[in-house]
Write a protein that binds this ligand. Structure first.
Ligand code: AMP
Ligand code: MG
Length: 329
């Protein structure tokens, strides 16, 4: 089954052709990062206009690279939610238009499930599996006991981890998106600042706003006192506290769910090497498998949407042209 998939939930316009949920025949990504560097963050109205400029080319290129025509496509998939509504609309309406014109079945995919299925492209999900989704807009734990079955057991009560990385990076004068630059800086520093690790008694939920405020206050107070901040040490201390919270919660989940066979990491923050190392240590301690997608499939891309769409289709068949874009989970 060849699926033509669209992903436009934030600031990446992406179109891919995926065969049987596993084989990526093409994956075109037009990123808007260079545009938003000037603003220090994504501006939704600009993002949606940029998607409109890019989407036709992305779609044509994806078919060309996969060396097929739309006639050979069996199913059209698109991210429907969550995300920026103006951005989502572009992908959803494009997919619906193609579905209508070429009389192809259509299916809507939850963006988070796409991130999780990025893991199934080069590895195999083994059930029950614990998905740790860490991105610019989301931080959550989801349990899967079979394909296309998702049970969210914990999530951030305030900011997402990626957003927090970006905000702390900004006060350290690093360019947007600051997450990767903060990780690089942290490698040169040590965990010397005593920053909070949040929400120890909130079951599997997470919180990053207190940690973010602690970093901002530390920088502001130091400036007022004319004291130098060691930026590399602050980056390392922040990263330690943010990640320790996650690994502590993963251990709590593993202790409560002894049958979990695998941990999968998903979302843009999964590109962070320190996070991978720390989760790997937990996985080793509990003697379970730990998988994560290659960098290309960590950040927003349409291949992951095609991968998730395949299992949704196997499980419940297609949707219809009534699918709509929604900002909500
Ligand atoms: P997504 O929301 O899935 O598109 O992922 C984008 C988010 O991932 C942004 O907040 C980035 O700053 C963050 N990110 C990407 N690479 C890294 C990294 N190496 N360390 C920390 N955060 C990262
Ligand atoms: Mg994402």
């Amino acid at each position: 089954m060849k699926i033509l998939a669209f992903e436009t939930s934030c600031d990446e316009t992406s179109c891919a052709v995926v065969e049987d949920g596993k084989k990526v025949l093409s994956c075109i990504i037009a990123s808007q990062i260079d545009i938003f560097k000037n603003y220090g963050g994504v501006i939704p109205e600009i993002a949606s206009r940029e998607h409109i400029k890019q989407i036709t080319q992305c779609y044509e290129k994806a078919l060309e690279e996969a060396n097929i025509t739309i006639n050979n496509i069996d199913l059209i998939a698109t991210t429907t939610n969550p995300g920026l509504i103006g951005s989502l609309l572009v992908g959803v309406e494009c997919a619906k238009t193609l579905s209508y014109i070429y009389n192809k079945p259509i299916i809507g995919v939850n963006h988070i499930y796409g991130h999780i299925y990025a893991n199934n492209i080069e590895h195999d999900i083994k059930f029950p599996s614990l998905a740790v989704v860490l991105s610019g807009g989301h931080s959550e734990f989801t349990l899967m006991d079979k394909h296309n079955s998702y049970k969210k057991i914990g999530h951030t009560k305030d900011d997402a981890i990626g957003e927090t990385f970006d905000k702390v990076a900004r006060i350290l004068d690093l360019e947007y998106p600051g997450g990767p630059k903060l990780e690089k800086l942290a490698r040169k520093g040590k965990n010397t600042y005593n920053l909070p690790i949040a929400m120890h008694n909130e079951k599997y939920n997470l919180s990053f706003s207190g940690l973010k405020s602690a970093c901002i206050n530390l920088v502001h107070n130091s400036k007022q006192r004319n004291e130098e901040i060691n930026k590399a040490d602050l980056a390392a201390s922040f990263q330690y506290s943010a990640v320790k919270q996650i690994t502590d919660k993963i251990e709590m989940i593993l202790n409560d769910n002894k049958d979990i066979k695998q941990i999968m990491l998903a979302g843009g923050v999964a590109a962070n090497t320190y996070i991978r190392e720390q989760i790997q240590e937990v996985a080793n301690k509990y003697n379970i498998e730990f998988i994560y997608p290659k960098i290309l499939y960590c950040t927003d891309n349409a291949a992951m949407i095609g991968a998730a769409a395949y299992y949704k289709y196997q499980n419940q068949g297609p949707d219809n042209l009534n699918i709509v874009a929604s900002p909500n989970d």
